[in-house]
Design a protein around this ligand. Sequence first.
Ligand code: FRU
Length: 524
Amino acid sequence: MGLSIKKLLLFTLVLFVFSCKEKEVKKEVVPEETAVSYYEEAYRPQFHFTPEKNWMNDPNGLVYHQGVYHLFYQHYPEDIVWGPMHWGHAVSKDMLHWEHKPIALYPDEHGDIFSGSAVVDVNNTSGFGTKDNPALVAIFTYHLMEGEQAGRTDFQTQGIAYSLDNGESWIKYEGNPVIGNPGIKDFRDPKVFWNEKAEMWTMLVVAGDHLQIWNSANLKDWEYVSEFGKNQGAHGGVWECPDLFPLKVDGTDEVKWVLLISINPGAPNGGNGTQYFIGDFDGKSFTSEQEQNKWVDLGRDNYAGVTYNNTPNEERIFIGWMSNWDYARDTPTEKWRSASTVPRTLSLSKINGQYELLNYPLSSFESLVDSEVVPKDILVPLDGTYEIKLTTDNQSEIRFTTAHRDFVLSLKNDSKDSLAIAMNGKGKMLNFDRRNSGLTDFKDNFATGVQEMPIDNLPEGAIEIRILLDASSIELFVNQGQYVMTNQIFPRDTYTTLEFLNTTGKELEVSAFSERSVQRIWEE
Ligand code: FRU
């Protein structure tokens, strides 16, 4: 008996060791990478740009050159939280499908590489290239962490780098920084463009609570020319990521200049947001008569957006960072963090006598959308509801038109998550409620209240509502981008039902309703 207990113990021990070995072996032969296939992790956007791994924030250096749209971005390649900044890099031929490239700009002795822009130096003003092979020049902020940590205020300066092989490799200019710090703590995010009025390069750079404008003949020597905004616009936080460009007012020959200024915090729905000013630019100074504060997007997740330089047909194309500094470091993704908005065309309209900046997905985005679906008309009974089963697995475009202004549209799933968009025509307000939309408790300020978007200047009659729904975001465009809300969401399952609740006080007519799937942009 004694022997058989010993034998049993020995047998159990052998079994234990063997099973441990087996576990070890299994662990070795199933590499982590194969556990989830490429770009299929939980909450991984399918038709929005995201880095393969680790942290991303602002889009940088948006420029078109020799058939390629470049997208550089604020990137920390070692973690999924913000850290010493590099410029990550991706390229595209259509701004829909992206190819990842090696990191373009690394920190150096002047500091980490913060946000900025890129230009094609067509006339070789810098002497970096030749007229036949003009240089791509990146203009960015150096952020010297040691300086900040030492409590100094002069740790942000502006530097440049150039590429002679369309962005494949970069050389930092030996004369960096090209603009030193004038004693301003927040002095960053240079946007450079060719200024036809002055026949010079113009740099916009933010200086705490205002914009500074500098001009240069060669991208290396800069002269301060003017400032804007100390007493205009919203000032609830520091000004960041400026942009300035002309746009023709739709249907006229009138040209107005549009200034974009991101601000953190101080956006109406909390945290960061991007305001715009309509005005005039004489080659040196920007002026604006605008009294009201205006916002590109009133959702909580469209920040630091800027536009492309050098696009072939002068289209003004905008990309924003789809997050908010309030909770950007805490969102429930594991391999990477943050996405960009879909590229959007900016246009200017005069609606009811007021200038409005519209932002709306690029027309070529349609090529990703299933064109087979036949739209249908829907009648929602007085005070009643109408349910539609969704079939596209949170990878869709939902679109309809209606002349009514009072209804609630909810997206729901089997986990009892519910996201509500309520249009209140009488109150001239659109409310966006993500408080029960899925995971929200990763940070207490992610979903505290209902977001509000005044819709007080909508034209009469039927308007279009268009929604782009991806794995962890929803972009809402009202009247072709007159009013826009971009928000992150983390539903526990895909939304399977869309419900209309009729609050009009009469029958609610919804025309040309469609739910269509959007193609994934990543190849295996
Ligand atoms: C905006 C911003 C910029 C800065 C960058 C740093 O989100 O704060 O002002 O250059 O991010 O990553």
